[in-house]
Write a protein that binds this ligand. Structure first.
Ligand code: GLU
Length: 471
């Protein structure tokens, strides 16, 4: 069999929608699975909408998701140019072929495609006029997902408008012929165009490619019913980029929109996706976008990243904040992340979750204030803790060293365990009522910070002043 050649053929609109990304990904996966070629072709014939910026959104999104193309913009290839706006000469040549063979004709300034078959006129209640129709032979669309789809066209259609601009159907097919595309994998919304396209392939005497029409993507249930639209929350690739999702996780989640590995696994690394993916296994029925699943998969990726990689993703998220120094120490960062990594669901949550590791100016959770501030027991516990902790030398400021110190603290007060002291210490040193495991948090914060914050809390009116706590 000849090499598989597939293409992603977006019309840049300034948005990279999850649905487009899915089409791109399924083409890319199929190319990588079969050892074929993945071509990126820019369908930019609508000059008004196709700005440089719109193109960049698309290319940046493709790169972010790690979908490299073998031919296309910035890469070149044997079948370029890969922008439809630059292929006018090719379209003219192809149009001439049809005019010469009689399969195209001019009418009212436009060039039309002539269907073969018996002609008759019929009143069209929608157009409210008599229209010419053709009893054309049905064509068979070989669809790898839906099986054979048999459809007939009933009217001639325009190839080139009176202003000279070629239509989508025409250029799309010419490019697929010229670029030797073997499989057309695209959204189900194009199925209604495909019989026209098959007619064109045949009229040019070109081999008709296989088709695979990908199922519709429905909205996340939280966004209502029906087809997912670019206005829905979570529907643009860019959003996940901004929210610091892991690109491999987003790609993994997109791969599951209409395809699955035939078991219930949701986390598949890229090598597995490539190995297992086959376009023939894509489901016919609509897929549903599920933002929670996207977040869940992202969390699974985050949890499993080696801390060095996690830190690589996390650093810019933190240094972006005014309270975090640009030259954040890498070793300290990694120690912080080691204890936070599996406690937060997304990198978006990291700054609020970890702020107190990076600045003295951390906020105090109002819930914690309500619980601890203005209570004599708070100050008492903090003083007891300080007395014990300040006796721990720097060298013993370790998990084991602190556990021993806390055991002594409990014993002194006739307790089995030191747990009654922990929440208030945690609140004093972090401003939070929850967070990473307690003793590891103290270890990472370090002796100086912990003692400083305990002393500050004991003296702070926010903690001691009964009245201000009640106001
Ligand atoms: N430019 C078309 C689109 O964005 C391409 C359709 C196709 O893949 O054939 O929908």
């Amino acid at each position: 069999m000849s090499t598989v050649r597939v293409r992603f053929a977006p019309s840049p609109t300034g948005f990279f929608h999850i649905g487009s990304a899915r089409t791109a990904l399924f083409n890319w996966l199929y190319a990588r699975h079969t050892g074929g070629q993945f071509i990126l072709r820019i369908e930019d014939t609508d000059a008004a909408r196709n700005t440089e910026e719109a193109l960049n959104v698309l290319l940046a999104g493709m790169r972010w998701l790690g979908m490299d193309w073998d031919e296309g913009p910035e890469v070149g290839g044997d079948y370029g140019p890969y922008y439809q706006s630059q292929r006018g000469d090719i379209y003219r040549k192809y149009l001439d072929k049809l005019l010469e063979s009689g399969r195209a004709y001019e009418k009212d300034g436009a060039v039309w495609f002539r269907l073969l078959g018996e002609r008759y006129t019929e009143y069209d209640s929608y157009l409210e006029q008599e229209v010419e129709k053709v009893r054309s032979e049905a064509v068979t669309i070989k669809d790898l997902i839906r099986g054979d789809v048999v459809r007939a066209e009933s009217r001639d259609f325009v190839l080139c408008r009176s202003d000279g601009s070629p239509t989508f159907h025409f250029v799309n097919v010419v490019d697929d012929i010229e670029m030797k595309i073997t499989h057309v994998i695209r959204g189900e919304d194009h199925l209604s165009n495909t019989s026209k396209h098959v007619e064109l392939f045949k009229a040019f005497g070109a081999p008709v490619p296989y088709f695979a029409h990908l199922p519709l993507i429905l909205k996340d249930p939280s966004q209502g019913k029906g087809k997912m639209s670019k206005r829905d929350k979570g529907s643009l690739v860019e959003e996940y980029q901004k929210r610091h999702f892991i690109p491999a996780a987003v790609r993994n989640a997109i791969a599951l929109l209409g395809w699955n590995p035939k078991d219930d696994r949701e986390v598949l690394e890229i090598g597995e996706l490539i190995e297992l993916f086959d376009v023939a296994d894509v489901q016919k029925g609509a897929a549903r976008f599920d933002e929670q699943k996207m977040s869940h998969i992202n969390f699974e990726y985050l949890k499993s990243l080696p801390v060095e990689t996690y830190a690589w993703f996390a650093r810019p998220v933190l240094t972006d904040r005014p309270w975090c120094s640009e030259d954040l120490d890498e070793d300290y960062l990694q120690r912080v992340l080691t204890i936070c990594q599996d406690k937060i669901n997304s990198l978006e949550d990291l700054p609020n979750f970890s702020i107190y590791f990076f600045t003295e100016d951390f906020p105090l959770d109002p819930k914690g204030l309500k619980k601890f501030a203005g209570k004599p027991a708070t100050i008492e516990k903090l003083q007891q803790a300080l007395a014990v902790l300040q006796d721990v030398p720097k060298a013993d400021w370790t998990q084991a060293g602190l556990e021993q110190a806390f055991a002594r603290l409990a014993e002194t007060h006739g307790m089995d365990k030191p747990f009654p002291w922990w929440p208030v210490i945690r609140f004093a040193v972090s401003g939070c009522t929850g967070g990473p495991d307690f003793v590891p948090m103290l270890v990472v914060l370090g002796r100086d910070r912990v003692l400083l914050r305990l002393r500050a809390a004991i003296e702070s009116p926010e903690f001691t002043d009964v009245e201000s706590a009640q106001s």
